[in-house]
Design a protein around this ligand. Sequence first.
Ligand code: G4P
Length: 288
Amino acid sequence: MTIQWFPGHMTRARRQIQEKLKLIDVVIELIDARLPLSSRNPMIDEILQGKPRLIIMNKADLADAAVTREWQNYFKEQGHTAFPVDASTGTGVKDIPGQLKLLLKEKIDKQIAKGMNPRAIRALIVGIPNVGKSTLINRLAGRSIAATGDRPGVTKGQQWIKVGGEIELLDTPGILWPKFEDQNVGYKLAVTGAIKEEILNAEDIAFFAVKYLVGYYWDAFRERFELDENTPHNPDDSDEIVAIMEAVGRKRGCLVSGGRVDLEKASRTLLRELRAGKMGRFSLESPY
Ligand code: G4P
C-alpha cells in the first residue's frame, strides 16, 4: 500500500489513533527490524500520550540478528521493552501476550488487591504502512481477519479479537506516517519496499542500497550477484557503485540493444532480490 501523506492525512491519522487510545490499555508499536528508527513515526511519543507500549521489531527474519540485538539494548536503555518477531511465520509472536501482561502487571495487581476481577487487556497495533500490521493481527488472531472496513461504502464498528483468554486486540490497526524530512530515511524505507518505486526512482534507490551494502555486507553481496572478489567497491566512489550496478545487470541479463545495461531494469531486479531476502539478512541502520 502506498499512501501519499499530506498534512490533512496526518492530522486525520493522528485523530483516529487518539480516538482508539481511549478504548485500550496498551499499544503494540510495530517497527521494521531492518530500520528501527526510520520505520518509526517521528511524533510517536506525543501521539501515544503516555500509554504503555510494547515495541515489536517485525521482519526480524530479514534483519541482521546481531544488529537487532543492539537495537533491543538501545530500546531497553530508553526504558522500553522491544523484541524481534517474524509475523509471516509467527516466530516470536507467542511471546507477545506474556509481554503485554508484564507491562501492565502493576495495574493488574492493583485491581486484584482491590478485589476486582481483572478484565482482558485491550491492545492496539500501530505502525507505518507495510510494516506488517495486518500480518501480525492475523497471526495473533490465528485466522484471517477480513478488512471489510477498507471497502468503500462498508462501515463497521470496532471489533475485538480475542488472543488467548486475557488479551483483546482491536481488529483495525492505527496507521502512522514515517519520517520524511530526511532523504536518507526515504531511501531506507524504499529499499525495504515500504515506499514504492513510483515515488522514488528505482535507480536512485538501488544506488543507495548498493552503496550501503557493499560497505557493510560486501561478502554476502558479492556472493549473491557472483561478482569477482577483486571488484572495486569503495562506497564513497559513485563510479564504482554504478559499475557494480551494471555488473549486476549483466549477470541478470538486463540488457538493451548494443549490449548496454538497462540500469532501471537492473535496479528493479536487484531491489526485488534484496527485499525477498535473497542476499541474506541485512540491517540498514544500527544504534551505536
Ligand atoms: P501493513 O498491514 O502494516 O500495511 O503490512 P502487511 O501486514 O500487509 O505486510 C506487508 C508485507 O510484509 C506483506 O508482504 C507481508 O507478507 C510482509 N511481512 C509482514 N510481516 C513479515 C515478516 O515478519 N517477515 C517477512 N519477511 N515479511 C513480512 P506482501 O503480501 O508480499 O506485500 P508486498 O510485499 O507486496 O507489499
